[in-house]
Design a protein around this ligand. Structure first.
Ligand code: GLN
Length: 240
């Protein structure tokens, strides 16, 4: 078995160790004896072999970088929408999350989004910064991470990734964080997200494996004691 990961625009969108999410997915596949290859699509070279793509990752970036990348992403709008509607696995963090929506409204301009999710984002003040702990239907353990965003994201009827226990979340008031839609996991959590939340990582890997190999049942368990200790440390530190 083999999984192909596509990292979109790491030359512009790669804040707070977002690349660590790719390293985590790669390693957790290799530990199970599953081959994995990561391809990058950058501003210089952005041909995409979507048929052979199993997981797309889009990281976060500053407003400036997002504006640059949005034009490039919009050229691929139909291809990416079709991929998602066909149960393609997509993980988007912060700026990448915002770009999946209808628009990101800044003080002086509006950045058009991919309209894959029925959400929109508006810049606000102050920035929402700090550690985050979520309770989530998508992981038995708490999901932990770090957020730093000016944008407030309004998710309408979408299902959030989790409920904020500590932190600000999508808009600072609703108590919702992120969006889960089909095989899309979108979130403000950097840090990176997946090494500290191995259950979430395995959920994403399982989605990709089941889509590529319809007979695939489940991932072999791993010894996650170290990862779980990291996760628990954050929970204990901020939930007391
Ligand atoms: N530029 C966006 C914001 O500030 C996203 C930042 C990020 O990816 N950390 O809302």
């Amino acid at each position: 078995m083999k999984i192909n990961i596509l990292h979109m625009y790491p030359d512009l969108l790669n804040l707070y160790g977002d690349r660590g999410n790719i390293a985590c997915m790669e390693q957790r596949l290799r530990w199970r004896g599953i081959d994995v290859e990561t391809h990058c699509c950058t501003c210089r070279e952005d041909n995409i072999d979507i048929e052979n793509t199993d997981i797309i990752f889009i990281g976060g970036g500053s407003d400036r970088e997002q504006k640059i990348v949005c034009g490039r992403l919009l050229e691929k709008k139909d291809m990416l929408s079709e991929y998602v509607e066909n149960d393609g696995v997509l993980v988007a963090v912060c700026g990448g999350y915002q770009l999946l929506g209808k628009y990101y409204k800044l003080e002086d301009e509006t950045v058009k989004g991919l309209e894959i999710l029925d959400i929109y984002t508006e810049q606000g003040s102050p920035r929402l910064i700090g550690n985050v702990v979520l309770s989530s239907d998508f992981a038995e353990r708490k999901i932990v991470g770090f957020e730093n965003h000016g944008g407030r994201t309004f998710i309408g009827n979408h299902t959030p990734l989790g409920k904020v226990v500590v932190g600000h979340g999508n808009d600072g008031v609703s108590g919702a964080e992120g969006v889960v839609y089909k095989n899309v996991t979108a979130t403000y959590l950097h840090g990176p997200l997946l090494p500290k939340n191995p259950q979430l990582c395995d959920r994403i890997l399982t989605q990709a494996l089941k889509r590529r190999y319809p007979d695939f049942k489940e991932l072999a368990p791993l010894d996650d004691s170290l990862e779980n200790r990291g996760n628990e440390y954050i929970v204990n530190r901020f939930c007391k």
